[in-house]
Design a protein around this ligand. Structure first.
Ligand SMILES: *Cc1c(COP(=O)(O)O)cnc(C)c1O
Length: 386
């Protein structure tokens, strides 16, 4: 994505001036830094950012400017990106299965923490990773465990995470080998129910006891919810309180330091997507210039968002009664359709613009050029709330 230096007052100011024909993603650095502050001041431990949610350089640089000093990375490319943009940051390489050449990059770039969910991958780490990294820091290995799902939109345990029993064995071996022994889990994504964390924290205590190990840190993953539906405002503060309280209860005097690695909840609300109505087919179906092969790739998995407003090309807001309509993306693939029906103003017309709020996560990196569409650009806006 090309980045320009202009900072627009808001997306409507932009659409009036530029009449964009391709989709545009707006980043509000102020909104991003404010959200980073909410995590940094509210979470009772170290806040790291899961880079995969949005690796845009402007995102990384603004998070670092807000004070974020740790990053959850999953590939050599993400490792090099963070080293280049935030040289002093702590790197947590939390992709539990890595090729040996990928491990070598992590070692060369002084990764501080590695997660693992199998004995075979643990042996690969033992063979290649020194106990102290090139910066003189003791290296941590975290055993990643899973529980049967609760509360998340989809099941992250389907791919990664050892059972409690296996995690106990992995943790025992990590401690015996002289690495900093820790535990981690990832409760899923968009977990609106704080209880999702509770069972995991209690399980962490059982695993530590079973291994006879005092864990140094407990990484409670990402999964924090973003604001997707107008009527449902998730409470990060309630989740932070619960994590702090349950950790204190479960571990008492042996409480580990806490770490979290949010992706979605840090970036989602800092971006809004501007898309144009290409056609209103016989007044019924709305065709946009962006869809599920573009920046809206995860909507079929995650469900729709309804924080959408519309403007005429001259910037006049469309304020007609909401009417539910089927909305398609621009490609010729019939799955290129937003889930369900989307409530849009009755006076919506061809050429109008829609602004979809809360689009900062899992949108920019999964945008494709399928069928010749997807020429997404990034613009900066002071505010996303015109
Ligand atoms: C994707 C991922 C995250 C971020 O998840 P969000 O739901 O975006 O907060 C955190 N940790 C790990 C290990 C992940 O794979």
């Amino acid at each position: 994505m090309g980045v320009t230096q202009t900072i627009w007052a808001d997306p409507v100011d932009y659409l009036r001036a530029m009449a964009p024909r391709d989709p545009v993603m707006f980043l509000s650095p102020a909104a991003l830094q404010a959200q980073a502050q909410r995590f940094l001041t509210g979470f009772p431990g170290l806040v790291t950012y899961a880079v995969k949610a949005n690796p845009d350089e402007a995102v990384i640089v603004n998070l670092a400017a807000a004070g974020l000093a740790g990053f959850d990375v999953a590939s050599p490319e993400e490792i090099r990106l963070i080293r280049r943009l935030v040289p002093g940051a702590a790197l947590h390489y939390n992709n539990p299965v890595r090729a040996r050449h990928e491990i070598a990059v992590g070692v060369a770039e002084d990764v501080r923490s590695w997660s693992v969910d199998s004995l075979s991958e643990l042996d690969k780490l033992f063979a290649q990773v020194p106990r102290v990294n090139g910066r003189g820091e003791r290296v941590e290995i975290t055993a990643r465990f899973k529980l049967p799902v609760a509360g998340a939109v989809y099941d992250f345990g389907a791919k990664f995470g050892a059972t409690e029993e296996l995690a106990t064995e992995i943790l025992r071996r990590i401690a015996a080998a002289g690495y900093v022994p820790s535990l981690t889990f990832h409760p899923g994504t968009q977990c609106t129910d704080p209880a999702a964390w509770e069972a995991y924290i209690h399980a962490a205590r059982r695993i530590a006891d079973g291994a006879g190990v005092t864990i140094a840190r407990l990484n409670v993953g990402g999964g924090f919810p973003s604001h997707r539906l107008r009527a449902e405002m998730p409470s990060l503060a309630a989740i932070f309180r619960l994590i702090g309280r349950v950790t204190a209860e479960a571990f008492a005097e042996a409480a580990p330091e806490l770490v979290c690695e949010p992706g979605r909840a840090l970036v989602a609300d800092a971006m809004a997507l501007l898309a144009q109505v290409k056609g209103l087919r016989d007044g019924a179906h709305v065709f946009l210039n962006d869809g599920i092969y573009g920046a809206m790739a995860e909507l079929p998995l995650m469900g729709a968002l309804d924080r959408i407003r519309a403007w005429a090309p001259d910037g006049t807001p469309r304020i007609g009664e909401p009417v539910r309509r089927i909305v398609f993306g621009p490609t010729c693939d019939s799955v290129d359709r937003l889930p369900g029906e989307v409530a849009l103003p009755a006076d919506l017309a061809e050429g109008d613009y829609l602004l979809v709020q809360g689009m900062g996560a899992y949108s920019v990196p999964t945008n494709t050029r399928f069928n010749g569409f997807g020429a997404l650009t990034l613009e900066m806006a002071l505010t996303l709330e015109p």
